[in-house]
Design a protein around this ligand. Structure first.
Ligand code: GUN
Length: 291
């Protein structure tokens, strides 16, 4: 069993970006600028946005964090997005999800200029991705593709089972893995909450991507010997022994599944850092389209 080390692969990507930024600075060109919007005080969302801003600092990007209270109106949020759309200094806009129930995710996503939609959630960018055209690809599935590429994993002709069909991870992941690309060229099965026998499908998988948000859901008996297992889950579990009061648990029962795998991602240190690295790449790409 070998570890797909997202921390290492993400560091390699950030190091490449640092060099690109130094080059932009040397040429007197504008450097990438990410604007991140956080609504409310959800601890996990605040941590993720904080990590995104920190990654910007590390690679030398500009970043702006805009924090609204939980009760902010949808129209005020949309006004801010319009302002960022029209600000030539801003390359990437992301609104951390989930949003409070009184705000429509759809309205918010659709209001972001597709040219600044570094999350790749706008229908224009989703459409481009589905057609295999160059575009902003959602950060988590993009990060997973970068991780597979970093470790030169041969995915062509393999049967990939994606568990979960969210717009953020499962659905785009299934499209990317089935694409005529490298990594890609997989035969893909998508499992979800209405799938009759998830265990059966997982047992057929050469590659499992677990993105359903249920800690420990993928057990050893569901995994074929030699499978590649990608764990997207990051549920916070209470743990008084930890300073933070919690530890992160993935969707895969790592201790029992890992010995059966050819490759597996750990949690933490697998997909998480790759998501942020992919967002940095998307922000750089947006800046380059203007430079
Ligand atoms: N919430 C969970 N994942 C993501 C992500 O990739 N982008 C945004 N904006 N919100 C998220």
């Amino acid at each position: 069993m070998q570890i797909l080390d997202g921390k290492k692969a993400a560091q390699a990507i950030r190091d490449e970006l640092k060099i690109e930024v130094a080059q932009l600075n040397a040429e007197g060109k504008t450097i990438p600028h990410l604007a991140a919007i956080l609504v409310g005080d959800n601890g996990a969302s605040a941590t993720y946005v904080g990590a995104k801003v920190k990654a910007c600092e590390e690679v030398g990007f500009k970043s702006t964090l805009i924090h609204f209270e939980e009760t902010v109106s949808e129209s005020r949020l949309l006004d801010k997005i319009r302002e960022l759309n029209n600000d030539p200094d801003v390359d990437g806009i992301l609104v951390q999800l989930p949003l409070p129930p009184h705000i429509s995710d759809e309205e918010v996503i659709n209001s972001i200029d597709p040219d600044k939609d570094v999350d790749g959630f706008h229908p224009v960018n989703v459409g481009n991705m589905v057609q295999g055209l160059p575009t902003f690809v959602p950060a988590t599935p993009h990060g997973i593709m970068l991780l597979l590429a970093h470790y030169k994993i041969d995915t062509a002709g393999k049967h990939a089972v994606v568990v979960g069909r969210s717009n953020i991870v499962g659905r785009p992941m299934s499209i990317l893995l089935s694409g005529n690309s490298n990594p890609g060229n997989c035969t893909v099965t998508v499992c979800h909450s209405k799938t009759k026998d998830i265990r059966y499908f997982c047992q057929q998988a050469d590659i499992i991507v677990a993105a359903l948000g249920k800690p420990g859901f993928i057990t050893a008996e569901m995994v074929k010997e030699g499978a590649i297992v990608i764990d997207v889950g990051i549920t916070r579990m209470e743990d008084p022994a930890k300073k933070s009061g919690f530890r992160l648990k993935g969707d895969v029962d790592f201790d029992l599944v890992a010995p059966k795998c050819s490759w597996i991602t750990p949690v933490p240190g697998g997909v998480g850092p790759m998501t942020i690295a992919a967002l940095m790449k998307n922000t750089y790409r947006s800046c380059m389209q203007k430079n």
